[in-house]
Design a binder for this molecule. Structure first.
Ligand code: ASP
Ligand code: MG
Length: 421
């Protein structure tokens, strides 16, 4: 069994879906295909959720209509006529019922997020599965909410691999298909409450499926030629890295490289499954592979920019030593508000945290104040990470006006910088 993962960009229009069919059709062995929401659907669903959550039902329904129209246009182009696969119709209806009539008695935003935003994947996989069947590729559509058992950390859940195996393995065996189509990004708690695993998390879904099914490989199909040493949309002169080991890959992904989700590497490393990154625009290209036994990359500087960061400074009003006396308390609070911290620096009484932007920032800093801390923060920051940095890159960042914090080890340089306008 191999696992293929197709992201939103690969299914953003009818041509994309046809292209997937040709890639899946070219593979003769068994395949478990993980698909993300089409194009920018997840963003659109987040927009819908916000209006719904604020009680603006009419606007939410209008946004839903736009999402429905977008998918219907793709379906009409694929089939050459208006057509509504049963499953797609059902998901439209469920979404509409939720948006129109639900009483937001549950106030938790993250719970609503998971009830609504995961529909992007449910709809996209239904369309892809139906289309594959229509062009002669028999397949089994899999509802990953019934297969991936996750933690209840809504909007950022983790897949419990062993419990999920108890569900996914028998399902795959019973269906006995060559091709399976399942959603990235979603799962459910033990009690069946829908969850999502973090933005861009479909890579992790694919890795989890690969781990559980003992796949011979996992392939992420992207619109780039493979792993590059920087974002080609931001930097000129980027170069292609054909091979990488798991350790370099996990560091790279964690620093914010868009190419793979950071949670992806662990399940693959644990079972020694190679991860291929290939280009869906040109499947003849070799792409890149992440696997064991590849030498450390010591030469090519890799430049990663993680946007949407906040730099938060915390200090105990009573001058307690921050690491010795307060660290655990601060981190328990950060965990409660599900804040993702990407870099920390401490002095005697100050703790600087570079973290992902969160909608709970006000609540968090208020709680910290109540607990006796002084806080200060800057939003609009970005985190720069350079692996194998050059002396020139170091000097440039250390000398820059808009850089608030620099840290380095022998191989890795990190800086928190005010975002360029
Ligand atoms: N559709 C989700 C997102 O856009 C998950 C993914 O694409 O991996 O974040
Ligand atoms: Mg996506």
């Amino acid at each position: 069994m191999k696992v293929y993962k197709f992201g939103g960009a690969s299914v953003k229009d009818a041509a994309g879906v046809r292209n997937i069919a040709s890639i899946v059709g070219a593979e003769k062995g068994r395949l478990f295909v993980i698909v993300s929401a089409m194009g920018k659907t997840t963003n659109a669903l987040e927009g819908l959720l916000d209006t719904f959550y604020d009680g603006k039902t009419a606007l939410a329904l209008e946004r839903l209509q736009n999402i429905v129209d977008f998918h219907n246009r793709i379906i009409a182009e694929l089939w050459g006529r208006p057509f509504l696969p049963d499953r797609v119709a059902r998901f439209y209806m469920e979404l509409e019922e939720t948006v129109a009539s639900s009483n937001p008695a549950v106030r938790e935003y993250e719970v609503w997020y998971d009830r609504i935003v995961g529909y992007g994947e449910l709809i996209s996989t239904s369309i892809v599965s139906e289309y594959l069947a229509a062009v002669g590729i028999a397949n089994t559509w899999v509802d990953m909410r019934e297969c991936f058992v996750t933690t209840a950390r809504h909007k950022d859940a983790n897949v419990d691999l062993e419990r999920s195996a108890e569900r996914l393995v028998p399902l795959v065996e019973a269906a006995d298909s060559r091709v399976y189509v399942g959603q990235g990004f979603i799962g459910a708690t033990e009690d069946g409450a829908p969850t999502t695993i973090g933005r861009e998390g479909s890579d992790y879904s694919a890795a989890a499926a690969g781990y559980i099914l003992g796949a011979e490989s996992v392939t992420i199909w992207k619109d780039v030629e493979g792993i590059l040493n920087g974002d080609p949309k931001r930097f000129d002169d980027v170069c292609h890295i054909p091979e990488m080991n798991y350790l370099d890959a996990i560091e790279l992904a964690y620093s914010g490289a868009q190419v793979i989700h950071p949670k992806t590497i662990k399940p693959l490393q644990n079972r020694n499954i190679p991860l291929h990154v290939r280009c869906f625009l040109d499947p003849a290209l070799p792409g890149s592979v992440i696997r064991a036994g590849v030498q450390k990359n010591r030469e090519i500087p890799i430049l990663i920019v993680k946007p949407s960061q906040v730099l938060l400074t915390v200090r105990a009003n009573d001058f307690s030593f921050i690491l010795e006396e307060r660290f655990a308390q601060i981190f328990a609070l950060l965990d409660e508000y599900m804040v993702k911290v990407n870099l920390i620096q401490s002095s005697a009484v100050n703790l600087d945290l570079c973290m992902d932007r969160t909608r709970h920032l006000e609540e968090l800093t208020e709680r910290l104040r109540q607990e006796g801390y002084y806080t200060r923060y800057n939003t609009d920051m970005e985190l720069i990470t350079i692996r194998n940095y050059t002396p020139q890159q170091l000097a440039a960042l250390e000398g820059a006006q808009d850089v608030y914090l620099v840290q380095r080890t022998r191989r890795t340089l990190q800086a928190v910088r005010r975002r360029e306008e």
